[in-house]
Design a protein around this ligand. Structure first.
Ligand code: NAP
Length: 252
């Protein structure tokens, strides 16, 4: 895919999974990328090596997306290394344990909301302060990571996760209205069942295999299939798209 916008992009949670596939694709499109990760420095290093081998540029920054100082550092690394970003992918997210809501520990509930909701909001805040044309920036585009779970509800799996993604979808709608006059488009992607390690991390190693029959196209999605949509939404090819929540779920 060609990108007429070749400005830098910040990606949160880019070390593995959907974030990593997006970092790689954006870098292949000629955009310098700064991405954060939580703790897996081996995966982050492997990704930066892969990007370099593909002729692209990516920098990895360890930092918890729920921590405002870490978010500030992430954007500062981008500004100092490549300039103010013109694209942001607020992707970092966790599910928390798979359990009925009545059995969920309050600390686990709070952590999911902290990472998925507060972390996304902090990312948007830092990005807006740099990118807004009202503040002297050049504008650009943001993509927030929602999920099909926001509409499906997560019952019997992870209601806390579904609710957090519902909040991300609401933020997308509001931010598209609020930031249009700042020269910033805001959209979300809402993937369905995508083959990453997030399912096993929640103790549901066989989740994807047992749910394949729920998918009208009859297969599980790949991270690069989500990355393609994110890359498009961040590009000038999507110049009149804002406030969209794009299901990437093969009809599920
Ligand atoms: P993943 O394979 O578990 O990768 C998550 C990435 O986010 C990792 O690089 C991880 O860092 C990073 N991360 C986690 N918590 C973080 C934090 N507090 N601060 C900074 N980075 C953090 O997950 P994924 O499946 O690619 O999911 C990515 C996003 O897509 C999430 O928001 C998820 O909810 C959403 N999503 C996924 C699916 C799916 O089926 N996979 C469907 C819908 C939506 P480390 O590598 O250091 O651990």
């Amino acid at each position: 895919m060609s990108h007429s916008d070749t400005g830098p992009v910040v990606v949160t949670g880019g070390g593995r999974g959907i974030g990593a596939a997006t970092v790689l694709l954006l870098a292949q499109c000629g955009r310098p990328v700064v991405f954060s990760y939580a703790s897996n420095s081996n995966a982050a290093q492997a990704l930066t090596d892969r990007v370099k081998a593909a002729g692209g540029t990516a920098l990895a920054v360890q930092g918890d997306v729920a921590n405002e100082e870490a978010i500030t550092t992430l954007f500062e690394v981008c500004r100092k290394s490549f300039g103010v970003p013109t694209g942001v992918f607020a992707n970092a997210g966790i599910t928390g344990p798979s359990t009925r809501l009545e059995d969920l520990e309050p600390a686990d509930l709070r952590r999911v909301l902290d990472v998925n909701v507060i972390g996304t909001a902090l990312t948007v805040q830092a990005a807006t302060r740099l990118m807004s044309t009202r503040r002297g920036g050049a504008g650009g585009a943001m993509v927030l990571m929602s999920s099909r779970a926001a509409a499906l509800g997560g019952g019997n799996e992870w209601i806390q996760y579904a609710a957090s993604k519902g909040a991300v979808s609401s933020m997308t709608i509001g931010l598209a209205k609020e930031l249009g006059s700042d020269g910033i488009r805001v959209n979300a992607v809402a993937p369905g069942l995508i083959d990453t390690e997030i399912h096993a991390a929640a103790g549901l190693a066989d989740r994807l295999a047992t749910k394949t029959n729920d998918v009208p196209l009859g297969r599980i999605g790949r991270a690069d299939e989500v990355a393609a949509a994110v890359s498009w939404l961040l590009s000038d090819a999507a110049s009149y798209v804002s406030g969209a929540i794009l299901d990437i779920s093969a009809g599920r």
